[in-house]
Write a protein that binds this ligand. Structure first.
Ligand code: SF4
Length: 195
């Protein structure tokens, strides 16, 4: 699959399950790519790590349990409806056992798909969720640098990257949920301050 064949439309039309793998894809036994979901252009892009079971089934990123957590907990704190946020993953496909992608896999997939999306969407802020996603933009220690806006660059795109934990971690532990909530509070203040 080439970058040209991967459609970044606002209307979610999942690609066919038999779509061939990208020629350079390092993910073994991957499933179909799940396209971005949300407005293009956008002010804020949520970038996760990879689709999971529900996302594979529905063809929409962040539509399962973690997506519900984002919709019900973090978006209200941020003060934006889901319809105003573009959502995508560093790896557009899950793989057989739903393992988290490696930084190398996230980089390889993003090298094909993230750049064209950013050129079209021109987000002011990318919320980088989880250490693998953050590794695309910088060598940050999430334990110390979550919720601190960073200068980010991906190809010609430049803007703010907002590092935070992956929301799945918040489902499993309040030790992550509380900092996640604080990070989204901080992002709300940031967006209000820059207008
Ligand atoms: S993970 Fe990314 S690079 Fe690999 S086949 Fe899916 S869309 Fe292509």
């Amino acid at each position: 699959m080439s970058a040209q064949q991967f459609s970044f439309n606002m209307v979610v039309e999942p690609p066919p399950p038999e779509m061939p793998r990208c020629s350079m894809c390092p993910r073994p036994l991957h499933r179909r790519p799940i396209p971005p979901h949300g407005p293009i252009p956008c002010r804020v892009l949520f970038l996760g790590e990879a689709p999971h079971v529900d996302e594979d089934k529905e063809g929409i990123p962040f539509c399962g349990k973690t997506g519900q957590e984002v919709n019900n907990v973090y978006l209200p704190i941020l003060g934006l409806p889901r319809s105003e946020v573009l959502v995508f993953n560093a790896c557009a496909c899950s793989q057989g056992n739903y393992d988290n992608p490696t930084p190398e896999q996230a980089y390889a997939c993003s090298a094909v798909h993230l750049g064209p999306l950013l050129m079209r969407a021109q987000p002011e802020v990318i919320v980088a969720m989880g250490a693998v996603c953050c590794s695309l933009f910088g060598k940050w220690n999430l334990n110390y640098e979550h919720g601190i806006p960073q200068f980010g660059q991906w190809g010609p795109w430049q803007g703010v990257v907002w590092p935070t934990y992956h929301p799945t971690a918040g489902i499993h532990s309040t030790a992550y949920m509380i900092p996640l909530m604080n990070d989204f509070r901080g992002l709300r203040k940031f967006l209000e301050a820059v207008g």
